[in-house]
Design a protein around this ligand. Sequence first.
Ligand code: SP5
Ligand code: ZN
Length: 340
Amino acid sequence: MNIYYSEMHRKHEPPFEVFEGGLRVPYLENPDRMDRILKALHSVDWANIQEPKDFGLGPLLAVHDKEYLDFLASAWTEWLATDPKDPSTLLPATFALRRHPHKPKSLLGRAGYYMMDLSACIVEGTYVAALESANCALSAAQAVANGEQSAFGLCRPPGHHAGKDYAGGYCFINNASVAASWLSSKGHVAILDVDYHCGNGTQDIFYERDDVLTISIHADPDHEYPSYIGYADERGMGRGFGYHHNFPLPAGTGDDAYLETLYQALSRVREFKPDYLVISAGMDIYADDPLGTIKVTTEGIGKIAHKIAALDLPTVIVMEGGYNNDALGRNILAFLGELK
Ligand code: SP5
Ligand code: ZN
């Protein structure tokens, strides 16, 4: 299996994130995640790890707002120019309510406009790392467009919380959406998001499109991040109505209940008859994930991938979350092993 990975992700290493109550904790979405996965991939004989190609900004501009990408590109330099007391990471303390849509000129004003939470910390290398992460997803998409049955974008930072014009949840550029949109010029695409958290950014990007089906299975936002999006009654808008589906799950959901929900999601994928499938593969559904409440085992992760593979579609797998670093390697092997 062709796997696209770049060392550039190491340039994105925020020193902390902020949890509820203002608690500064070590950044959970850290470079060690990739080291664990690489180590596991090096232990098998089917992982063909390669550098991504550079696709430029074109495919990113197809899903993201230009001014938002401009913000990501210059945010760090602008942040240092404000002479901050603690320059270690750019984080705003005030956030926009989009029903008052004025976008201010100040850096922190724009930061609060373009960020949804306190976990999309920007540091010096964030933008270049995010660009290269998108290139990994695009390279995997190109491999599949060229006839490979599957390919893996080992993306870091992840992407599925990033919307048309906002960052959040460790995500800056929506890698899976960039790949899906690029593929959509060649055929119909379905995105299935199995990360523990709702793929709100992907939902935002394709909400009014009927040529890309989007489905997310995730912890119920009524009790879990991202709280304000990801409910079952959100079905798409305009011509996109009926082309988005959320499957919120209760805390404690185990392998059997998860697989039952997956069966419903896959039935919808089959009915849509896509030419390509993009999987947002988050491993934070794992039972011992520090951010998760869903109780899927490593064996369950393998079963999920087995059912996805049974669709027999050209499939692009894109790395999203998963924060139990000790288990990440074996969980990724369990997943990819069924799709290789
Ligand atoms: C890609 C991805 O998986 N992003 C997840 C971002 C989740 N951010 C959540 C922040 C709230 C943390 N609350 C922690 C409570 C731990 N018990
Ligand atoms: Zn997640």
